[in-house]
Design a protein around this ligand. Sequence first.
Ligand SMILES: Nc1ncnc2c1ncn2[C@@H]1O[C@H](COP(=O)(O)OP(=O)(O)OP(=O)(O)O)[C@@H](O)[C@H]1O
Ligand SMILES: O=P(O)(O)OC[C@H]1O[C@H](OP(=O)(O)OP(=O)(O)O)[C@H](O)[C@@H]1O
Length: 306
Amino acid sequence: MDLVNSLDGRLLFAVPKKGRLYETALALLKGSDIKFHRHNRLDIALCINQGIALVFLGAADIPVFVGEGRCDLGITGQDQVAEHQTSVDEVLELGFGKCKLQVQVPANGSIKDPRELVGKTVVTSFTHLSREYFKSLEIEKFGAEAVEKNGLKTVMKYVGGSVEAACALGVADGIVDLVESGETMKAAGLMDIATVMTTEAVLIRSKNPRNPELAEVVVNRIKGVINAKKYVLCSYNIPRTLLPIVHDITPGKRAPTVTSLEDEGWVAVQAMVEQVRVADVMDQLEKAGAHDILVLQIINSRAGKD
Ligand SMILES: Nc1ncnc2c1ncn2[C@@H]1O[C@H](COP(=O)(O)OP(=O)(O)OP(=O)(O)O)[C@@H](O)[C@H]1O
Ligand SMILES: O=P(O)(O)OC[C@H]1O[C@H](OP(=O)(O)OP(=O)(O)O)[C@H](O)[C@@H]1O
C-alpha cells in the first residue's frame, strides 16, 4: 500500500499513541463512529468509513503538528498546548485527562514556598511553562528590569520522564510535574507547594484545516458524545396540579417535555439532567410527589444550531 498517496485529500487527525489519554481518546473516536484499521506498528491508520486518516503521535508532539498545519485536528492536553505555544484553536474541552501541573519539593526538606526555589535548580518536562512561572516570581522579587537584564536565576533542566526521581537523585531542588491522585508524588517523598496550571484533554483544530466541512462534522460528532456523557434523561409521572414545580426541579436544557397521560390528572415529564446532579434531582422529585422516576443513559446527542 502506498501510504503517502492514500493520505491524499484526507483530513489528518492526530491522536495520542500511548499514555494517559490513549484509551479514552480511542473510546471517543468509537463513539463518533470513526472506524479505522491500524496495521501493526504503523502510526498512520486510514478510516474505513470517513475521509480521515488518524496519525498516532506523542501527546507532546500533537500541538506542534496541528500548529504547523501538518495535521488538521488533534487530541492532547491543554498543558501540552500551552507548553508548545503553538497557534491552534482549542475547540472543545473533553472532560478527561484532568490533572494539575505543580511545583513539588521533598516533603521532609526545608522548602515550603516556591519563592524559596528562586536561584535553585528545577527539573521538569515543561520547561517553557516552568520558566514563565519562575520568571513571574523573580520579577516579583527583583523587578522586571533586573530580570530582563540578568536573565533567570532559577535553573530549569529538561527531562522527558520520571521527573519525580530528580530530587532523590540530587539533580534538583524541586520539580514541576503533573499530579492527579498524588500517588506518584507521595511515593517519591514529595509535596506540592504551588499550582502552575490545571489541565484536561482538549480537541484542537489547525487554523487552516484542509477540509473545514469534514473537520466541522468531526467536531460536532465528538461534541455530541461529550455532551451525552454529561447528561442523563430523567423521566417521571406527576399529578398535573404539581406541574409548576417541574420547571424548577427539571428545567431541562431548553424546557422539559410534558405529555398528557390517559389518566387526565397526570402528566409524564422528560428532561435532560446533568449526570452529577441526578441523585439530588431524584430526591427532590420524589419529595415533591413524582412517581415512576426513571433515569436513562444518553448514548449520543446533538444540540442543533441556534
Ligand atoms: N496522571 C494523570 N492524570 C490525568 N492526566 C494526565 C496524567 N498524566 C498526564 N496526563 C495528561 O496526559 C498527557 C500525556 O501524558 P502521559 O504521561 O501519558 O505522556 P505520554 O504520552 O506517555 O508521553 P511521555 O511518557 O513521553 O511523557 C499530559 O500532557 C496530560 O495532559
Ligand atoms: O498523581 P498521579 O495519579 O500519581 O499521576 C501523576 C503521574 O502521572 C503522569 O505520569 P505517567 O504515570 O503517565 O507516566 P510518565 O511519568 O512516564 O509520563 C505524571 O507525569 C505523574 O508522574
